[in-house]
Structures are given as structure tokens and as C-alpha cells.
Design a protein around this ligand. Sequence first.
Ligand code: F6R
Length: 609
Amino acid sequence: MCGIVGYVGDQNACDIIIDGLKKLEYRGYDSSGIALCKDGKLEVHKYKGRISNLEDAISEKNLSSSIGIGHTRWATHGAPSDVNAHPHTNLNKTIAVVHNGIIENFVELKEWLIKDHDIVFNSETDTEVIAHLISVFYEGDLTDAVYKAVEKMRGAYALGVVCSKEPDKLVAVRKDSPLVVGLGEGCNFIASDIPALLKHVRKIYLIENNETVVLTKNKVTLYNAERQEVKRDVFHVTWDADAAEKEGYDHFMLKEIYEQPKGIFETLTRRLNEKDEINLDGISMTKEDIERFNKVYIVACGTAYHAGMVGKFIIEKLAKVPVEIDVASEFRYRDPFVDDKTLFIAVSQSGETLDTLAALREAKRKGARILSIVNVVGSSVARESDDVFYTWAGPEIAVASTKAYTTQLVCMYLIALYMGRTKDCLPVEQYNHYVSELKDIPDKIKQILNQEKNILNMAKELYKQEQVFFIGRGPDVGVSYEGSLKLKEISYINSFAIAAGELKHGTIALIEQDTLVIALATQDALFEKMLSNIQEVKARGAYVVGLAKENNKEIERQSDKVIYIPECMDEITPLLSVIPLQILAYHIAKLRGCDIDKPKNLAKSVTVE
Ligand code: F6R
């Protein structure tokens, strides 16, 4: 969480940094700040609240400088406040630091700084410790002082540091939190993520763990932990800067919902050749590897975990291999049965989720083969995996994930199909049927998007509800979890998902007159069972919105309202049924006046445990 930006060059650092921070607001948005170096002094401005608060506060000051750093925060240590906002400085305000991550031993370091160096702390943050540490070690060389400070620190960090005594230099360090460097003409940049830099540069260095970067306006030098210079290939960003803009949509979330046909088409077609065979270009997993795996482990968090729930169903069905699934924060603290016969699939949009990354490392340590499904090219999960199956969703900015989820599902289908064919347990006719159905999905999603107005009307009737239950069976269970998460995270309605057959084992006690139940009944094979579950809740007074394939009209007799999805194979419905749930959540949240792209207490990239 948190976003950092830094600039050194001939233009006005203030404007560039503020603009970059706005592109990173998805990483956290409870406070923000900027430090600029001018005339041998540091000027620091920081405020609680959105970046617009910072902008308003400095708008009349005409700040200008050729070097500076900025930060948008998601609080970990210390509540959101002006004082706890970054940048943090040393006592005589010559050194300023922005930080994304957590310093695990900050209490110990703080005690040492207070006791041995008479430091008086201003904030409750772990980051302030870094500014004082660098100051204690500073003897005229900022890079050296940063190295010495980092040696004392444990935890995760991407740092940007400036010093008024060396006003042409910006020093940055990365360990476990993302950091990229933008290479300009007569200017250079740092940022937590590429969208912050796209207005200015296309040439990027992806910084590796334990590397330090020294930037001046004409030079960028990378060093490893041993202080040796390292060379890095330039990564050329090919995607459009507009991909990170709203393009006329009211919210990024809605834009991203509408981008799903394109993202799915891209993710699919980049892996299918003209004969509709799956190509694993860039993936080193062999037939022998696939035959050796006796288990697949899917590990992820949040929405990516929900994609994994569907993935388990699909991979077991098509590839005939047992699949276990776990949330990353649980996996890493158990002692799971993972060995060199395990295929470990890490699923992550950002590729920076700390729990997923830690779980991946744990699985790797136990000998598993790591295949990740990732959206952000060059992210930590991607770099630490044996192989990467990229989703081609394009940048996802809204905190609530939509297009990442559906493209993750497409990867799951492709992996399952590939494994099924390789192991010869999936007949070619069935394979062809699946592929042809997958290829129809973008058009079928467009048909659902055309129903947005109907779903809006439904949202108008439902938005005042304070409690919602999502129920489903088979692959609809994973989609129910995802629909429920979408609704709760952006509308703050207390929503809950459960396997429909489980309701009667306790949860049905909560169903009373007018309780809203959204019942997913997309599975032909389970349709009648679902109708029984709907009747059970109706009998207790529930108001039911049924979701079914368009030929299953029987649902109309059992439900108060119905949403239809186009006909398709049972196994493929998760790619369609989630779309109306995303749209419904969006409109309910909008009608409730919620801040859809930036829900309270959340951040897009969760780089803390
Ligand atoms: C919810 C959402 C989160 C993420 C989760 C994992 O809409 O976006 O639940 O899915 O934090 O993030 P990634 O996929 O970046 O690892």
C-alpha cells in the first residue's frame, strides 16, 4: 500500500509529483504530502485526506523546484493525520523520506535513536525512524547514509530520499515493495507503479529487491546490496497512457467492467494459435512436468482467491488432478503438503500482494513448481515465479477488481485445457467445444452489458437494503463470493455468500421478511436443487433475485426478480454470471453515494501482512 513518486530534472517537480500521486491514489488515499528541495532548503507540505487537500493547500504558494518526492498513504502505523503523513524528515529538516512498506523493527530502532542520539519523534509512524537513521549516518554522502540505514532495517520498503545538502540527487531503495524508475531526457523519475510516469516516459527500469538507485537529472545508476553497480535492460511500456484514464466513464470501475470483452479476447487470443491450440510461449513447463504433478495448489487473496475457487472446479474437471485452494495469509502460516510434485498457482492482479508473495516463496522453498497468473508485468510475483501466465486486462485502477477477475478465470480455463490435453484425459472434441465457447464469451458479455439499464432499475429498488445473501452451487459458489465481495467493498452493505446447500445448516436463521437473497442458478445440472434452495428462503419471506441462463425460465416463477445470462456450457458460466453482479454492485454503491473507485479503508495493492 501507499504510493511514492520522485522527480529530478528541469521541469517543476511539484506539478509532476502531484500528478503522479493522483495516478497512485489507488494504492492508498488517507493522506498525502510532498517534499521539495530549493535554495539549499527542504520544503515539506502534508495533509490528511485526499490528494486534492494537498493540492488546495499548496495551490497559492507557487511552489517550484527541480527535485522532490511525494507520497499518498494507506495508514499502517499511526492514524491518518497531517503529522503522520509522509514525507518524514530528520530533526534539522535536511533529509526527507517517503516510504511504502513496513519497518518491522521500528520500535527497537526508535528506542536506540531516542536513547543514544536524543532524537525527539514527531509522528507515530515507522517511517520517521528511517529519516532519523539516515541523518545519524550522514557524513556528506546521502547514498552511503542510506546504505547504512538500510542495513539496520528489517521489513518491506520502497524508499525515496532527498537531502537539501545534495540538491541534485535522489536516492531510492527497494525491498519487497514495488519500485520503478522512469528514464527521461534531462530528467528521471521514481514511482511505485508505471501509470504514475506514463505521461512523461515509456522507458522504465524495473528495480529488483535490495537494489539502490541514485538518480540525477542526467544519470540513473543501480547498485546491488554489496554496493556494486548493476546493469538493467530497459523495459519499454507499450500500453497506452489512456488505459489509465477514465475516458468519459463516471468511474474507473465502470470503465473496467466495460473493458472485459477486450481483456478476455486479448488474454485468450494471445494463447491460441490459428488451429486453436494453446501455445505456452515463454512458459518452460514441459509435458513431463505436467505428468509429474500429483497436486495443484492455488493460492491468492480476495477477488483473485475467488477466481481460484472457480479454477479448482475447472482444473479438477478438465485436468483430472486434485486441486487445493487457500487464502495466502493462511497458507503461509500452516505447514501445507507441498513438494516437487506440486504445481503452485499464485494468482494476483498486482503481483505485489505481500501475503501471496510470501506464500509463493514458502511453496518454492518446499520445491513446488511456481506458475503465476499476474496482470502487472515485471511485478514481484511475476519475477519470482518459474513461469507466468499473464492476464491481458490492461491497468486496473479501481480498487474493486473486475476485469482482472475475469481474465484470471480465462487463464484458469487455458491452464486446465492445456493440462487436460497434455495428460490425454480431455478428448479433443471436448477441448474444441470449450475453446469455441470461450471464444464466444466477449460477445456474450457485450449482450449482458447491454442490460445495464435494467440492472440500474433493479439497483434503484434494492439500494436501501442493509443485508444481502448470495447463494449458489458448484462454480456458482465462487461467483457468489465474488458478487458479495464486490457489493460489500463498494457499497458497505453487509453481504454474505454461502453454498446454497449449506444455508440450512445455520445461516438460514438470518433470513426473514424481505431479506434480499441473490440466488445464482446458472448450472443446468444443479438447477432443480437451486430452485429448492430458493423456495426455502422464499418460505421465510426472502426477496429473491434469481440469476440463470436465459432458457431456464422456470426461475421466474420462484424469484421476485430475474437476471438472465446468455446460454453457454455450465463450466463457462462464471465468466458471464459475475458481470451483472459487478454492474449491480456498482449502481447500488452509486445510488448510496459511495466513493466507488476509492472505498473506505481499502487500497488496491496490499503490500502489508
Ligand atoms: C477486491 C480486490 C481484492 C484483491 C486482493 C488481491 O475487489 O481487488 O480483494 O483481489 O487484494 O490483490 P491482487 O490480485 O493484486 O493480489
